[in-house]
Write a protein that binds this ligand. Structure first.
Ligand code: G3H
Ligand code: 13P
Ligand code: NA
Ligand code: ZN
Length: 308
């Protein structure tokens, strides 16, 4: 069934694993992810960004996710990723989403609280859960100075105050991850002391890690081998994601790794058979690449296998 993340997070928190939240844009991506979760008996969050809604149109994505639920019989959350306003959150809630993210993290602390609170009030009246964000992700690198960290990373005391004042159901935090394929220039580094401090002040409360792709080397190599140009990409090491799940992180967001898996497979297929112009013949391998990658994440990184 289509479910909220409430029970999924309670179980994940208690057992120190995380539910994978995967960004979806089309049928093959959804099918690859869902097959993996089905094989591994894993709960699943399928999330849709504003860009995804623009690309596929909201109704196609919604119907594809409905098909995935019906076909797989898995507990699946349909989540809005990075909702930038009350209006887009309301639209998704009215459309049948079971979870929305209001990302007002670029506003002041007080504004973030008031926007988030408004979304929480509406969402909860409809039985929908809300994720919010405190702190900044973009452009963060490992050479960030301590004083800068305090300005952009999530402040633990503020996190506790934010949750208490908004009544939000989960919180995305900034501890050094960032979106995309270029997360670190030098050695990867996350602020685990900060994460532990946040977790201590928010007991039994689910935290969310955005920008959590690991940028698998095998896909980078395939892309670069078959005509791509993605030099110097680096993700969060798997070990760090595993560690984060030990400190209250119950939702791990993954988009970049899906993009890389799909692109690597399509490049490889088209290169291998220049006469192929049947999209099914390069999208089926892309779907399989996604499926295998997601199974690996579920079993070896998130620990969400056999949790249904
Ligand atoms: O947070 C970013 C996600 O990877 C979604 O990306 O806005 O390009 O769809 P997008
Ligand atoms: P990645 O770019 O690391 O996959 O992060 C995705 C994300 O946080 C979506 O909200
Ligand atoms: Na999200
Ligand atoms: Zn994100």
């Amino acid at each position: 069934p289509l479910v909220t993340s409430k029970e999924l997070f309670t179980k994940a928190y208690a057992n120190k694993y995380a539910v994978g939240a995967f960004n979806v844009n089309n049928m093959e991506i959804i099918q690859g992810i869902v097959s993996a979760a089905k094989t591994e008996n894993a709960p699943l969050i399928l999330q849709v960004s504003a860009g995804a809604r623009k690309y596929a149109s909201p109704i196609y994505l919604r119907k594809l996710v409905e098909a995935a639920v019906e076909d797989s019989n898995l507990p699946i959350v349909l989540h809005l990723d990075h909702g930038e306003s009350f209006d887009i959150c309301k639209q998704c809630i009215d459309d049948g989403f079971t979870s929305v993210m209001i990302d007002a993290s670029h506003h002041s602390f007080e504004e973030n609280i008031s926007i988030t609170k408004k979304v929480v009030e509406y969402a909860h009246s409809k039985g929908v859960v809300v994720e919010a964000e405190l702190g900044r992700l973009a452009g963060v690198e490992d050479d960030v100075q301590v004083s800068e960290k305090d300005a952009i990373y999530t402040n633990p005391e503020q996190a506790a105050e934010f949750v208490q004042k908004t009544g939000v159901d989960s919180l995305a935090i900034a501890i050094g991850t960032s979106h995309g394929a270029y997360k670190f220039k030098g050695e990867p580094n996350l602020d685990f002391e900060r994460l532990q401090e946040i977790a201590k002040l928010l007991p039994n409360f689910p935290l969310v890690l955005h920008g959590a792709s690991t940028v698998l080397p095998e896909f980078l190599e395939l892309c670069n081998q078959y005509g791509g140009d993605i030099p110097g990409a680096q993700g969060v090491p798997e070990e760090m994601i595993r560690k984060a799940t030990q400190f209250g992180v119950c939702k791990v967001n993954i988009d970049t790794d899906l993009r890389l898996a799909m692109t690597a497979a399509v490049r490889k297929e088209l290169f291998a058979d220049p006469k192929n112009f049947d999209p099914r013949k390069y999208l089926a391998p892309a779907r399989t690449a996604i499926e295998e990658m997601v199974r690996h994440k579920i079993v070896n990184v998130l620990g969400s296998d056999n949790r249904i």
